[in-house]
Design a protein around this ligand. Sequence first.
Ligand code: ZN
Length: 448
Amino acid sequence: MLAELRKEFLYGGRALVRDNALSQRLVRRLRGHELMDDYALKVMGDRLLHRSLQAAIEKLPYYAHITRDFSPVEARQALRELFPIVDKSALLEHPQALYPNGGSKRPWQALGKTSGTTGTPLVIIRSLQSVQMEQAFIKRHWTWAGYVDGMPRATLRGDMVAGLDQARPPYWFENRYNRQLLLSSRHLTDHCVDPIIDKLRDYAPAMMQAYPSTAYTLAQQLERRGMRLHVPYLFTASEPLYPHQKELIGERLAGKIMDMYGMAERVAFATQCEYGSMHVNPDYSHVEILDEHGEPTDGYGHVVGTTLHNLAMPLVRYRLSDRTRWRHGHCLCGRPFPMIEPVTGKLEDRITGGDGSEVSPSVLTFAFKGVENVRKSQVAQVGPGLWELRLVPDARFSQADQDKLLRNIAQLVDATVQVKVVLRDELPNTAAGKFRWVVNEWQDGRRS
Ligand SMILES: [Zn+2]
C-alpha cells in the first residue's frame, strides 16, 4: 500500500512538472523550428551558442581566461578557435574548474547522475529550465508519430514497478496522471510474460517507449508463442538498435520504430523521422563531428557537442566515445535538420542473468545506483549465471560500497545471478582504444 502511494506521488509529481501548460508552449515553439529555413536556423543557433559560451566563460574557471568579446555571428568561430575539446575524464580530473560553484549544486538546480556505458559515475548539474527543455524535445519527437499528451502510451524501460521477487501480476503500474502504463522489463520471463502481453493488448497504447533490448526480449517472447502485438509506434533510446532486433520487433511488436540518440551529458540529440533518417536537433545543442586530430571531418569521427540550454553547467565541445558521420542531402520529411548515419561505438557484448535471459546494459547500470568511490568498472560473464564485477576502486572504497553494489544487483538487476567482485589496479582498453564495459567471456553464453 505504501509502495503504491509512493508511486502515485512519484509519477503524479512528475506529471505536474513535465506536462504543464509551459511544457506544451515549449513543444509548440520547438515545432515551429521544423518550418524554418537554413538561414533562420543558423541565426538562432548562433544566438544560443553565443549565450552558452558567454555563460561558460562567466561561470566556469576553466574558461575564465577566454575573452568574452565576440558576437553571436562570431560564436562558431570563437568555439573552434578558443575552446578546447573536453571529455568525461577532464570532468573527473578538473571538477573545480569545470563545475560551477566548485561543484556544489544550488537548491533550484537538478542533478543528473549517470554511470554511463563506461561504468564510471558522473554527475551533471542542470538548470530547471534545461530539464523542462529536455522534456519538450522528447515530446517534439513524439509528435512526429502524431502522438500528443493525453493519448495512452506504454513504457518498457528500467522503471522499478514490481519487485524482482514478485511472482504474481500486476507486473505494471498505471500512471493515470498522464495515461501511461509502466511495465516491468524484469518480468519478461517465461513465467511472468503472459499477463504482460494481455495487459498491453487491452491497454492499446498509441505508442510505446522501450530500450531496444527490452522490446527485443518481448518480441522474442511473442515469437515463441506465435503471437503478435500491434503497437503503432515504438520509441527506442539509450542503447544501440541492432538490425536483428529491429527486424524481429517490426515483425512481432511494433509498426514503426522511431529511434532516439541522446546521453546524460545532453550535448547531442538526434531523432529518427518517419522516413528513417536520424536528424540531429540543431536547436538542442551544437554538434560537431571531429577526427582524431580534433578537425571537422566528412568521414567517421567522434560526436562533439555543446549545450544550448543548460546554462547552469555549460558543457562546451564535449567529446563522446560515440562515432558517426554526416549524411548529405535532404530528407523526404522536409525538416531542415541535418542528418547523421546511425551512431556506433556503444557496442557491448550481450550477457545473461541467472535464468539465462538477456540482461540489458541499461538495466545493468542500476547496479551502480548511489555507489561511489569506483573509478572504473567492468561486468564480465564468466559462466552460466555467473558474473565477475571488476572494479578499479579509489582510496575511499570500502566494504560498504561493495555490499551496496551486490545489494543493488540482487534488488534491481537480477536476483538469481551469482556475482564475484574483483578489485583491479587498472582495466585496459581494447586494442582499438575502446573500453568495453560489458564483456562476455563465456562463449557458450552467446545467443545465436
Ligand atoms: Zn526526415
